[in-house]
Design a protein around this ligand. Structure first.
Ligand SMILES: C[S@@+](CC[C@H](N)C(=O)[O-])C[C@H]1O[C@@H](n2cnc3c(N)ncnc32)[C@H](O)[C@@H]1O
Length: 274
């Protein structure tokens, strides 16, 4: 096969991106061109169409191709307490501070958002960490998990996980929060009840406000720089004073959001809104 076409400024690339956006219902203009190119190339190699335009024609002629591409474009990899050292700080420092602060407030509801939650391990880990902190009875908590991928959200709502997902949890946590059955780990209702899942495309929704903690991890790496900056700004605006924003280890906070928060732990990408 000829060398794969790689110019992401070409008409062929843009036409392909537009068609894929239209068919999948996601605006891929917000995503980084190199991410899209890598994923397009993976399919172009398989179906042996070295030019973007040829792949576009192939996509139009073969109904099943769009689903194969959609699966490649959607990266759902996650696990409970992904990046254990970050979770140590979330559980031992961030959550106790949020609880302490709520104790002094009249409205004792903690609002948490896991944006781009994939199959649910992240919001459920938050629920586990809150319960590990012995949440006072007069404080309630609502954890939102949002993602644009319906299949991932269905999996999350079901709440049954394979061994590899729970690897970072302690024996005690597994015993306390799961029932083990046929090599699967079934989440108990006391965790499931704390998390509400909603399908949301982060670029198409108005954000709720007054969050005490937002995790938006390993999602922005797929976006272009302008979209990242805009999204980070909106995330910070959605935080309460004293609220925390935690992004992925491979991500960096950008202006203008950067100027509206303080680093709580820069290495672990934990920020707080003063
Ligand atoms: C790699 S997972 C991250 C899961 C989890 N936050 C973690 O760090 O382990 C990225 C998730 O972002 C979701 N995603 C991608 N684009 C999105 C968008 N525009 N709106 C909402 N979710 C999106 C994908 O569906 C995928 O489930």
């Amino acid at each position: 096969m000829d060398k794969l076409e790689s110019d992401t400024d070409s008409k062929g690339f843009k036409r392909l991106r537009n068609e894929v956006s239209k068919r999948i219902g996601v605006d891929y203009e917000n995503y980084s061109k190199s991410h899209l190119r890598r994923r397009f190339h993976a399919r172009m190699r398989v179906v042996e169409t070295p030019k973007f335009t040829d792949y576009l024609n192939y996509l139009k002629r073969n109904d099943e191709e769009i689903e194969k591409l959609r699966k490649l474009l959607t990266v759902n990899v996650t696990k409970f307490k992904r990046d254990e050292d970050v979770w140590e700080i979330i559980e031992d420092e961030v959550i106790p501070q949020i609880i302490d602060k709520k104790n002094d407030e009249i409205f004792k509801k903690i609002k948490v958002w896991s944006a781009g939650c994939a199959t649910g391990e992240e919001p459920y880990s938050l629920a586990i960490s809150f319960l590990n902190n012995q949440l006072p009875e007069n404080i309630s908590i609502q954890i939102y998990g949002t993602d644009l991928d319906n299949q991932a959200l269905d999996f999350a709502r079901n709440g049954v996980y394979p061994d590899k997902s729970v690897k970072n949890l302690s024996k005690m946590e597994k015993k306390e929060f799961f029932i083990q059955k046929n090599k699967g780990w079934i989440l108990k209702d006391k965790i499931k009840d704390l998390v509400k899942f909603e399908k949301k495309d982060i670029f198409k929704t108005e954000f709720k406000r007054k969050f005490d903690l937002i995790l938006c991890r390993n999602l922005m790496i797929y976006f272009n720089n302008d979209s990242k900056a805009d999204l980070m700004k909106r995330l910070v605006e959605s935080l309460n004073k004293g609220g925390f924003l935690i992004i992925g280890m491979a991500e960096n906070l950008r202006a203008p959001a950067k100027d509206d928060v303080e680093s709580y732990d820069l290495k672990k990408r934990i920020f707080v809104k003063p």
